[in-house]
Design a protein around this ligand. Structure first.
Ligand code: IVH
Length: 706
C-alpha cells in the first residue's frame, strides 16, 4: 500500500468502526458481528502502530489504553454547570410554575386559567454530571462538575465510555460545542463490579452513583474501560452565531430540538423524554414514571422538567445556583443501602431496651439519616445482623427509619454476629426478658437511663409542661447525682442550678419558678406525668375524671370485683391490661414513696374544686358513664382541618361531654369528624361504615346531647 492508500484505509476503518460502535452502544441496534468488529479493529491498530502519524483523535483505538495519570488537573468550565432546584411534591411543582409565570410576566388575572407553557419531561438519572467540550467536532476535554465553576479534567477516562462520541457526526461542526449529560453505571454492571471487588476483598460500593463517581476519578483509564459506563446527553451549548451547514440539523430553538440535535450528533439521549404541553401533562409524566422507573436498568431519582422554549428559558434566567426554567421533581427515596457502623442500645423510660443501628449517613425521603431502630431482640435475630454489614434502610413519611434487610452477600469475611447485650448499657444490671414478651428490659428502677426518661416525660408538654428543663440539663442533673427522682426536681435551688453548665442566674431562677408553678397543673396531667405503662393522655383524663384523687385511684386498683363501679375496668375505655399495669405500679414501694414525696412538696394529686364541680355537672365526667355526660361511651376520630374549631378545641368539647377522642378509626369508632383535606381516616371510616360528621354535625350532636 502506498502511504496515500494506507491513510485512506485507516480513515475507512475508523468510519466503519465508529459507526458500528454508535449502532451498538447508542442506538442499541448492532450492525456488525463481533468477530468482524474485532478483525477491523486489529487491522486499524496494526496500521497505527506501524505508522503513528495515522493516529487521529477520533480513532476508536483511543478509547482504551492511555497511560495512568498521576493526578487530575482542575479546569474552568466554559459555561458554569448549574444545579437544579428540587420539588418534593406536586404542590411544590405548581409553586415553581407559578413563580416561573411571574418571572415571565404571564401571571393570569385572578380567576383566569393558568397559561400553558410547553415543557420537556426527562428522567432524572442518578449518576454524575459531565461537561464535554468539542472543538471543530472533536472531543477535546471532559470534566466533572466540581463546584460548578471548575471541575477535574478526566478526558482519558471519558473517552472509554463507548456512548460518548469522539467526533460529532456533522458536515460543518460548530467551532465549539459544550454538551452536558449524566454518566452512569447500569445496575447490572454495578452488580458485577461489586461481585468482583468482593472476591478480591476490596470494599464494596454502596450504590451505582458512588461506583460511577469513584470510577470517573480512577487514575488508570483501563480500569474505567472495564467498568462499562454509559452516558446520556441532555444539555447543549452552541456558539451564538452557529447555524449549521447543509444537511446538518438547524440550530435548536427548543429543548426538544436540542435533544434531537444531540441525537443527530451521535449522542445517546434518554428515549423516555417527552414533550409535555401543560402542567397536567407534566404531572401525568411524573406519575407514570413513579412505577415505570423501577423496570429501568439504571437508577433514577425523579424527573426533570424544563421549559421547552429556549428564548423563554433565557428570559427567565437563573437564581444563585439554578435555572428558573427547570426543576427536579423527586421521588421520595424510601429505601437506601448503607454500611453499619455500630449497634447501640437505647434504654427508654420504661426500661425497654431498643437496639439501634448507626450507619453511614444516607439521604432518604428528603432528609439524611444515620440511625434506625432494630425494634427488639427478635427482629435483630431475624435480620441476622453482623458487624460491618451493608443494610437497607427504609423511611416512610414521618415514621422513624428502620432496617429492612441485610445484604448478607456483601458481608465482610469473618464478621461477628451482633446481638443485644446481657447487661444494661447504662447501669450494667442484668437485662430481663419476660416470657412471651418482645421487649428486653432493664428493671433497675434507679437506672440513670430510666430516670432521665421519667424526668423528661414528667416535664413534657402534655404532662407538667415545665419550660427550661431540656434533655441536656436533665443529663447533667442525673449524672451529677443531684436528682434521683421526680420529687428531687422540686428540691433544687436556684444557686445550685446556676452553677451548672450552660445555666445562668436568670435561667436558674426561671426554672425554679416554672417548677413551682407546675404544682398547680390539673390532676389528669399529674397522673399522666407519672409515666405509668399504658396510661397515656387519653386514659389519664378518663381515670382522673372517674377517680378524683390518687387515693381513690389506688383503692380502685385493689378492687377485686371488676363489675363494681369502683373498679378501674368500669371506666369507659380502660381495659384489663391497663388495670393490671396500674395495680403493679401502685403496689411498688418506690412509687408509693414518690407519691408521698410529691404530696409533701405540695402536689394535690387530686382534682381541684373547679375540676370536681365540672365533673359533677356532667361536662367533665366521661368516667363511669355518668348520666350528665351526653357523649359518654362514644369514640370520635378527628381528621382534616375543621372550618372554625382547632383540633384541640374539638377534642376538648368532645371530652367535656364525656366522649373519647382516638387517633385511629376502627369498627368501634362512633363517629369520624372530617374537615378539609381529610385523608385515609375518612376513607377508612367510609369503608367500615362508620358515621361521618362535619363540624356542624359535631356541634349539633353536642347541642342535642348525643
Ligand atoms: S439538567 C442547568 N437534566 O441532576 C440544568 N440534569 O440535581 C442542569 N441530572 O447536576 C441539569 N438527569 O447531574 C438535567 N435529565 C437531566 C438530568 C439531570 C440527572 C442531574 C445533573 C444535575 C443534577 C441536579
Amino acid at each position: 500500500m502506498t502511504s496515500a492508500e494506507q491513510e485512506a484505509r485507516a480513515a475507512e476503518l475508523r468510519r466503519l468502526l465508529n459507526r458500528a460502535a454508535h449502532a451498538y452502544y447508542v442506538l442499541d441496534a448492532p450492525v456488525m458481528e463481533d468477530p468482524v468488529y474485532d478483525r477491523l479493529y486489529r487491522e486499524l491498530l496494526e496500521l497505527e502502530t506501524a505508522h503513528p502519524a495515522l493516529r487521529t483523535v477520533d480513532s476508536p483505538t483511543r478509547r482504551v489504553g492511555g497511560t495512568p495519570a498521576e493526578s487530575f488537573t482542575s479546569v474552568e468550565h466554559r459555561i458554569p454547570l448549574l444545579s437544579l432546584d428540587n420539588a418534593f411534591s406536586l404542590e411544590e411543582l405548581e409553586a415553581w410554575y407559578g413563580r416561573l409565570l411571574k418571572t415571565l410576566d404571564r401571571t393570569p388575572e385572578p380567576g383566569a386559567a393558568l397559561p400553558e407553557l410547553a415543557m420537556v419531561g426527562e428522567l432524572k438519572i442518578d449518576g454524575n454530571a459531565l461537561a464535554l467540550s468539542y472543538e471543530q467536532g472533536v472531543l477535546v476535554r471532559a470534566a466533572t462538575r466540581g463546584d460548578g465553576e471548575r471541575g477535574e479534567e478526566i478526558t482519558a477516562n471519558v473517552r472509554t465510555i463507548q456512548s460518548v462520541p469522539l467526533r460529532l457526526q456533522f458536515e460543518q461542526p460548530p467551532a465549539w460545542v459544550e454538551v452536558r449529560g449524566e454518566a452512569l453505571i447500569p445496575d447490572a454492571s454495578f452488580a458485577a463490579i461489586n461481585a468482583e471487588r468482593e472476591t478480591r476483598g476490596e470494599p464494596l460500593f454502596a450504590n451505582p452513583r458512588n461506583a460511577c463517581a469513584g470510577t470517573l476519578r480512577q487514575l488508570d483509564p483501563k480500569v474505567v474501560a472495564a467498568r462499562r459506563l454509559d452516558f446520556f446527553a441532555y444539555t447543549l451549548h452552541l456558539p451564538d452565531d452557529w447555524q449549521g451547514g447543509e444537511g446538518d440539523p438547524p440550530r435548536p430553538t427548543t429543548q426538544w430540538e436540542s435533544l434531537q440535535w444531540l441525537q443527530c450528533a451521535g449522542f445517546k439521549v434518554n428515549p423516555n423524554a417527552e414533550l409535555l404541553p401543560s402542567l397536567a401533562a407534566v404531572e401525568g409524566f411524573f406519575a407514570q414514571w413513579e412505577d415505570g422507573r423501577k423496570a429501568l436498568p439504571y437508577a433514577t431519582d425523579g424527573v426533570v422538567v424544563k421549559l421547552n422554549n429556549l428564548r423563554l428559558q433565557a428570559d427567565s434566567g437563573f437564581t444563585q445556583k439554578a435555572p428558573r426554567w427547570a426543576i427536579a421533581l423527586k421521588y421520595a427515596a424510601e429505601e437506601a443501602p448503607s454500611r453499619l457502623l455500630r449497634l447501640t442500645c437505647q434504654v427508654g423510660r420504661t426500661g425497654v431496651v431498643t437496639p439501634v443501628a448507626e450507619f453511614e449517613p444516607v439521604p432518604l425521603a428528603g432528609t439524611t439519616v444515620s440511625r434506625a431502630t432494630l425494634h427488639n431482640a427478635d427482629r435483630l435475630a431475624e435480620l441476622d445482623l453482623h458487624a460491618g454489614d451493608t443494610i437497607v434502610v427504609r423511611k416512610a413519611g414521618e415514621i422513624i427509619p428502620e432496617v429492612v434487610r441485610v445484604l448478607s452477600e456483601l458481608r465482610p469475611a469473618g464478621a461477628m454476629p451482633l446481638a443485644l447485650p446481657h447487661t444494661c448499657p447504662e447501669c450494667a444490671s442484668e437485662l430481663v426478658r419476660e416470657q412471651g414478651e418482645a421487649a428486653t428490659r432493664c428493671v433497675n428502677s434507679s437506672c440513670p437511663a430510666i430516670l432521665r426518661g421519667a424526668l423528661r416525660h414528667w416535664v413534657s408538654k402534655g404532662a407538667l409542661d415545665v419550660d427550661g428543663l431540656g434533655s441536656r440539663l436533665i443529663e447533667q442533673l442525673v449524672e451529677k447525682g443531684l436528682v434521683a427522682s421526680i420529687a428531687d426536681l422540686y428540691r433544687l435551688d436556684a444557686a445550685l442550678l446556676a452553677s451548672l453548665e450552660r445555666m445562668g442566674q436568670k435561667s436558674a431562677t426561671n426554672l425554679v419558678a416554672a417548677l413551682a408553678a407546675s404544682k398547680a397543673q390539673p390532676w389528669h396531667r399529674q397522673l399522666y406525668g407519672l409515666g405509668i405503662h399504658h396510661v397515656g393522655e387519653v386514659n389519664a383524663k378518663a381515670l382522673a375524671r372517674a377517680f378524683p384523687s390518687v387515693e381513690a385511684l389506688a383503692a380502685a386498683t385493689t378492687a377485686t370485683d371488676p363489675d363494681t363501679p369502683e373498679a378501674i375496668t368500669a371506666v369507659f375505655g380502660i381495659g384489663g391490661e391497663i388495670a393490671q399495669s396500674l395495680q403493679q405500679w401502685f403496689a411498688t414501694p418506690a412509687n408509693q414513696g414518690l407519691l408521698l414525696d410529691l404530696q409533701g412538696l405540695g402536689f394535690s394529686l387530686a382534682a381541684s374544686e373547679a375540676e370536681r364541680a365540672a365533673a359533677a355537672t356532667g361536662a367533665g365526667s366521661g368516667g363511669a358513664g355518668g348520666d350528665g355526660a351526653p357523649l359518654a361511651g362514644q369514640t370520635f376520630v378527628l381528621t382534616g382541618t375543621l372550618p372554625s374549631l382547632s383540633r384541640r378545641q374539638a377534642q376538648d368539647l368532645i371530652e367535656a361531654a364525656g366522649g373519647k377522642v382516638s387517633s385511629s378509626v376502627s369498627r368501634k369508632s362512633s363517629y369520624v369528624v372530617a374537615g378539609e383535606e381529610a385523608g385515609s381516616k375518612l376513607t377508612k371510616a367510609e369503608s367500615l361504615g362508620v358515621a361521618v360528621l362535619d363540624e356542624a354535625g359535631l356541634l349539633a350532636l353536642l347541642a342535642e346531647g348525643g
